[in-house]
Design a protein around this ligand. Structure first.
Ligand SMILES: Nc1ncnc2c1ncn2[C@@H]1O[C@H](COP(=O)(O)OP(=O)(O)OP(=O)(O)O)[C@@H](O)[C@H]1O
Ligand SMILES: [Mg+2]
Length: 248
């Protein structure tokens, strides 16, 4: 079940997890959500993370995205040891280098599409006019140049997810992380969102997404399969993934 990522060997390592453990709770109530996870993802890869519910996918994503810290082990992001950083330093890395997309969009309901997309640049101290221009550009990139001033409840689910993607990419991140980005979408809208992911990957962004849907995962180049807090298959091709999915 192994194949080499031939085109990736020359590329830089972006994500390196070494013996990562995550334990929630203590004593009898302790849950080992991640159990000695080793994982390397190179710059420019397009990966899907799959595995049963409760296998540790979101926990791994939260650590990769610097939203949470491991209980033990080391994490290097773009060759920087992030295990040793404080909350503020982690927040800076998240804001500047990583874009997030979630199943439930997480848009602010009182703000327009454009205002939602401009928000991450506020923390980065970008001047207003530039925020407006870059926000508009990002929305045009996801096909929403004609919906700049709509609020989330005036947009379809797929359009809301595209606003969330525009917000995720507006600071030109190295890494786009998505946890079940199509989980709340129908099949037509799923395809639209996946087309955008494909374009972002082609433009050079590293994409890592969690999905339960084989038809979504097969669009990525590499599938990482979790079971019981462990990576059991670090590098499946889409074809191999389909066999594993049928068997599990
Ligand atoms: N904040 C938390 N406190 C306690 N236990 C947690 C917490 N978050 C997750 N867990 C537990 O850790 C394990 C892994 O959870 P995780 O959310 O990473 O799974 P997942 O693979 O993303 O599942 P799903 O496909 O259902 O989203 C589960 O047993 C879960 O109950
Ligand atoms: Mg999850």
């Amino acid at each position: 079940m192994t194949h080499t990522i031939k085109t990736q060997h020359s590329k830089q390592v972006l994500i390196r997890l070494e013996a990562i453990e995550k334990v929630y709770g203590e004593g009898n109530a302790a849950v080992h959500a991640l159990d000695k996870v080793d994982l390397i993802i190179h710059q420019g890869e397009y990966c899907s993370i799959m595995g049963a519910s409760g296998s540790g996918k979101s926990t791994a994503m939260n650590i990769i995205g610097c939203l949470d810290r491991p209980t033990a082990g080391s994490y290097y992001f773009d060759r920087l040891d992030v295990s040793g950083l404080d909350d503020e330093q982690l927040a800076t890395i998240r804001n500047r280098r990583i874009g997030f997309v979630f199943q439930q969009f997480h848009l602010l309901p009182q703000m327009s599409a454009l205002e939602n997309v401009m928000l991450p640049m506020v923390y980065g101290g970008v001047p207003y006019q530039q925020r407006r221009e870059r926000g508009t550009e990002a929305l045009i990139k996801v096909g929403l140049g004609n919906r700049l001033h709509n609020k989330p409840n005036q947009l379809s689910g797929g359009q809301q997810q595209r606003v969330a993607i525009a917000r995720a990419i507006v600071n030109n991140p190295l890494l786009l992380l998505a946890d079940e980005p199509t989980g709340a979408l129908d099949s037509h809208t799923t395809q639209e969102v996946m087309n955008i992911f494909g374009e972002l990957h082609s433009s050079g962004i590293t994409v890592v997404m969690v999905t339960h849907e084989p038809e979504v995962a097969r669009l990525s180049d590499r599938i990482i399969w979790f079971r019981d807090g462990k990576v059991i298959y670090p590098d499946l091709t889409p074809e191999e993934m389909l066999n594993v999915a049928v068997a599990s």
